[in-house]
Design a protein around this ligand. Structure first.
Ligand code: UGY
Ligand code: MN
Length: 246
């Protein structure tokens, strides 16, 4: 029998691993008939918010973005997204980015659908427009090799220009593939494993991680990952970008 006092989850001052076994549900006004898990947010010391929504029967997700932009990614399932009057069917691997001050609604949500969200307070930049509503999808043919290593591929899901202050990327590692160096950087990450497993080093601590786990990495939390097992390891991650380091 599993001992319920054991978990792989950890919460430290500059990183966290959140495995699904520790989830406690939240209610978010406007997000109805669903289970919401707030996995990362400012109460942890983070600059972003990351949630996971799991749809029950008759789920609807409605609201209006305010200071924070929200990126919605369908981890599994299907729904219809309507943002600022544009309606699109979304299924596994597809997303919509909702800029600040826009109405959004998700309807026709298949029971069991799981939607990942990343939220970030938008930082205006003089001379650049606020990004537009953006739909897209995971597409391995749009994932170039990373740092000349055939075992590593990264797809950037959002445009990368100065209008944007957040990036969301999908990182795929063949089994045995690993980050080419220990990264030490000002940018922050929130991530969710979509597939596979491996070992993450965070601030010189070593963690086994797998599909369904989330990780928070604060600025300057040292990070390194190696994939292992029988299938590629894939994670989707948030990164703050393109703003002046105050
Ligand atoms: O974009 C990144 O900083 C990325 N290579 N970091 C990571 O996967 N931990
Ligand atoms: Mn990084």
């Amino acid at each position: 029998m599993e001992i319920p006092a054991l978990t792989r989850s950890v919460v430290k001052h500059n990183h966290a691993i959140i495995a699904p076994d520790g989830y406690i549900n939240s209610n978010v006004p406007g997000w109805s008939n669903c289970t919401v898990n707030v996995i990362i947010n400012e109460d942890m010391g983070a600059g972003l918010c990351q949630t996971l929504i799991t749809a029950n029967q008759d789920c609807t997700i409605k609201g209006r973005t305010q200071a924070s932009q929200i990126f919605f990614y369908v981890v599994e399932g299907s729904c219809t997204a309507t943002v600022n009057g544009t309606e699109k069917a979304l299924k596994t691997g597809q997303f919509v980015y909702v800029p600040i001050e826009n109405d959004y609604s998700f309807t026709n949500i298949e029971t069991g659908t799981r939607i990942l969200t990343f939220h970030k307070v938008y930082e205006m930049l003089e001379g650049f427009d606020v990004p537009e509503v953006t739909f897209g999808e995971k597409d391995d043919s749009k994932a170039p090799v990373y740092m000349n290593d055939e075992a590593l591929r990264i797809q950037e899901l959002l445009p990368n220009n100065n209008s944007w202050d957040m990036a969301v990327n999908i990182f795929t590692y063949q089994s045995g593939g690993h980050l080419p160096m220990v990264e030490t950087h000002i940018m922050e990450h929130g991530l969710l494993y979509l597939q596979g497993q491996g070992v993450y080093m965070l601030d010189q601590c070593w963690y086994p991680v797998k599909k369904g786990d989330s990780i928070w990495m604060a600025p300057y939390c040292q990070q390194w990952f190696t994939a292992m097992g029988k299938e590629p390891a894939v994670y989707i991650y948030y990164k703050n970008v393109n703003r002046f380091p105050t």
